[in-house]
Design a protein around this ligand. Structure first.
Ligand code: S3P
Length: 168
């Protein structure tokens, strides 16, 4: 079985995923990194040259590929929930953990970020709030487990995940 982390940009999926994998002795896969390795260019360049649609195609391809592997901790990109097929694939062999965050928490973390094309806007706060509004119900529906992470550090989040996945 795989453990799959979903959530908005800046929700800590990658740092929590790395730590969780280390604690469980599992291999860790970051889907954004897989996409960059497969295409040979950075996410920002994929968006710049082919647009978001092209990025979503690559994302779905890599998501399908990783979903047939086993025993992994997988951290996804924040938009993975936009395509229901991705969630169907990830659930075949995995349990999904939604790391829920408030917009304020995300904004603090991404204020100086240059790597996420969808947030390179003058009004970052509006961009975060709009995307989060659009996606929140998708994250909540996809998650087998939901963890509110705003007040927790990554070690606490990992301990919670380890306890909660025993029960599902
Ligand atoms: C995206 C999130 C990013 C990356 C891409 C698009 C999104 O991943 O996949 O920039 O649509 O939310 P992180 O959630 O790891 O930042």
């Amino acid at each position: 079985m795989n453990i799959v982390l979903i959530g908005f940009m800046g929700s800590g999926k990658t740092s929590v995923g790395r730590l969780l994998a280390r604690k469980l002795g599992s291999n860790f896969v970051d889907l954004d990194e897989r996409i960059e390795e497969a295409s040979g260019v950075k996410i920002a360049e994929i968006f710049a040259s082919g647009g978001e649609g092209h990025f979503r195609e690559l994302e779905s391809r890599e998501t399908a590929g990783v979903s047939v592997e086993d025993g992994l901790v997988i951290s996804t990109g924040g938009g993975v929930v936009l395509n229901q097929d991705n969630i169907i694939n990830l659930k075949k062999n995995g349990r999904i953990v939604f790391l829920r965050t408030r917009p304020e928490t995300v904004l603090k973390r991404i204020v100086h970020d240059r790597s996420r094309p969808l947030l390179q806007k003058d009004d970052k706060e509006a961009a975060v709030r709009r995307l989060m509004d659009e996606r929140m119900s998708l994250y909540e529906e996809a998650g087998d487990v939901i963890i509110d992470t705003d007040e927790l550090n990554k070690y606490e989040v990992v301990d919670l995940i380890i306890n909660m996945i025993k029960e599902i």
